[in-house]
Design a protein around this ligand. Structure first.
Ligand SMILES: O=C[C@H](O)COP(=O)(O)O
Length: 539
């Protein structure tokens, strides 16, 4: 660690003009039924994890406030969404696909206008570096645009019908109802869009709740939602999730849960629904993605990928590498280079040029990470990198810990933060056994050069995880690739095209194959109500 901790926190006056929040932003309204309704109830104070120096110790900055809705207000938002859907007879679910596309395209243009404001809030609210915040914003919009392209393609193939076993069938896709959309704090905009946008374009109506952190950044977008969609199609709920969400689920009016967060919260939400087995869930959940570094790996490449895979956005990605298995014959070299890599990372405030290590938004996280490190140390591991685990307020300097063994909590628990556990291995079976026994099953990375061995490893992992990355870190992108997981890691698949499928249902218009029925079906296909999005058999 090159800088002293005190040097990381600038004074208010040193913040460049473009990144300042001159006065706290008070958002005392929320979107419901096509209006930005004033909320006169209690507000939740929003503190930034970004620390500034001032008199005394570094202090977190108050950056704004957002509504703490009552259960009644939240229920009303859900009822409004249910009315806008009206059992599939509302304006939005019956609107033509072309019109829906036009609404979403208008929305995209309006959101684009807000780039600077949203990026600034991403930095202040969740401590994301300028570069990563810009990347998140741009990715959210490109996800939206790719979704529209995928939708046009679905619509293009809609003028077909199939004949099988004497039956003529036209396969269509229709919406499901009201979708409760909730993204996570690490990608509050992008990952909210990955459920909200496909759910919306397929004709569902929406209740969206921002995550625990990353709330204010939606304020600049509420007017765009209001202006671009019919009343009641998109509604927002703010407040304490533990208070407002169980009653929403218990009402039975949520048809689909689109949630990215922990499996514990997802399980509790599902259990609160009166018919949990009928609730469709599209979930992105916990993961403990391992990297396996074989003796013949290109060490520089493996270190580079493991460094960025473990520490991008301080390790706060579900796809982050969360445990590294390194063959004993190369582990010392690997540790030395990885420790040097961590030492070369720049720490500081999000707008600082080239910064990688920034403050963590969850106030309880530094202590949680410190506990994991203490637990590992008490069972025989050491912190390898100078300054690893140093803390100040919301800031936690990355810790590389070695040798990690199954008795330690960090071996099993998802850290979701900047602690990198390294496990030495002698026999490849140890690493495969770890993946098989894991309660998670999202992705894995393998580093090596022997093509046959890599092929064997892929075969061993293919029934355990959903993506195997060869000589590269784990990641969700590109968004056209399926994104899913086994066990506690996910439910449903979320590529751009898959998301259109999971937020809709296939229906069939069928008739016996007679000359008369062929004419009738041909006419239906030609005259089809365009609010029915139809597809061919494969889609
Ligand atoms: O937290 C998971 C995000 O989807 C990360 O996406 P990414 O792996 O492409 O950075």
């Amino acid at each position: 660690m090159k800088e002293s901790l005190a040097a990381l926190f600038p004074a208010e006056a040193e913040i460049p003009e473009a990144f300042r929040i001159p006065a706290p932003l008070t958002q005392d309204y929320y979107l419901i039924n096509g209006e930005l309704r004033r909320w006169s109830g209690p507000l939740q104070e929003i503190l930034s994890p970004v620390q500034l120096s001032g008199a005394g110790a570094p202090a977190a900055k108050l950056i704004g406030a957002a509504p703490l809705l009552s259960v009644e207000a939240a229920r009303e938002a859900l009822e409004v969404a249910a009315r806008a859907y009206s059992n599939g007879r509302g304006e939005w679910p019956t609107m033509s696909v072309g019109e829906r596309i036009r609404c979403v395209a208008r929305f995209a243009a309006a959101v684009q206008e807000k780039r600077a404001e949203v990026v600034r809030l991403l930095m202040w609210e969740i401590g994301k570096s300028l570069k990563e915040a810009e990347r998140e914003f741009d990715r959210a919009l490109s996800y939206l645009r790719e979704t529209l392209e995928a939708l046009k393609e679905l619509d293009r193939v809609s003028s077909r019908f199939v004949i099988q076993q004497g039956i003529i069938g036209q396969i269509r896709r229709a919406p499901l109802g009201v979708v409760l959309c909730m993204g996570p704090y690490n990608f509050p905009l992008y990952e909210t869009f990955t459920t909200l946008i496909p759910a919306l374009v397929m004709g569902n109506t929406i209740v969206m709740k921002p995550p625990r952190f990353g709330i204010l950044l939606f304020a600049p977008l509420l007017e765009a939602f209001r202006a671009c969609f019919p009343a009641g199609v998109v509604n927002t709920v703010y407040g304490d999730g533990e208070v407002v969400l169980p009653p929403l689920m218990a009402s039975g009016q949520v048809d689909v849960l689109g949630f990215i967060g922990t499996h514990k919260v997802a399980d509790a939400l599902r259990a609160a629904h009166p018919r949990p087995h009928r609730l469709r869930c599209v979930l992105g959940l916990d993961a403990k993605n391992p990297a396996i570094v074989l003796p013949d790996a290109d060490l520089d490449l493996a270190v580079r990928e493991c460094l960025s895979g473990s520490l991008t956005f301080n390790g706060q990605r579900c796809t982050a590498l969360k445990i590294l298995f390194v063959h004993r014959s190369i582990v010392e070299q690997f540790l030395e280079r990885l420790a040097a890599g961590i030492g070369s990372l720049s720490c500081g405030v999000p707008w600082q040029e080239g910064v990688t290590v920034t403050a963590l938004p969850e106030p309880e996280k530094p202590e949680f990470l410190a506990e994991l490190v203490r637990d590992a140390e008490s069972k025989g591991a050491r912190v390898v990198n100078p300054g690893g685990g140093t803390r100040s307020g919301s800031f936690f300097y990355p810790a590389l810990i070695y040798p990690v063994s199954p008795q330690m909590r960090i071996y099993h628990e998802e850290q979701f933060g900047p602690v990198i556990p390294v496990v030495p291995f002698d026999d490849l079976r140890e690493t495969i056994d770890y993946v098989v026994a894991s309660p998670y099953g999202q992705q894995a990375s393998v580093f090596g050069r022997d093509g046959d061995l890599l092929a064997q490893l892929v075969d061993a992992l293919v029934n355990q995880v959903c993506r195997i990355n060869i000589n590269s870190q784990c990641q969700r992108s590109p968004d056209s690739f399926p994104f899913n997981g086994r066990k506690n890691s996910a439910e449903g698949t979320q590529s751009v095209a898959d998301a259109l499928r999971v937020f809709s249902i296939r229906i069939v218009v069928a008739a016996r194959e007679t000359d008369e029925n062929r004419d009738i079906i041909t006419n239906i296909v030609r005259e089809r109500k365009s609010h029915f999005l139809s597809t061919d058999f494969m889609l």
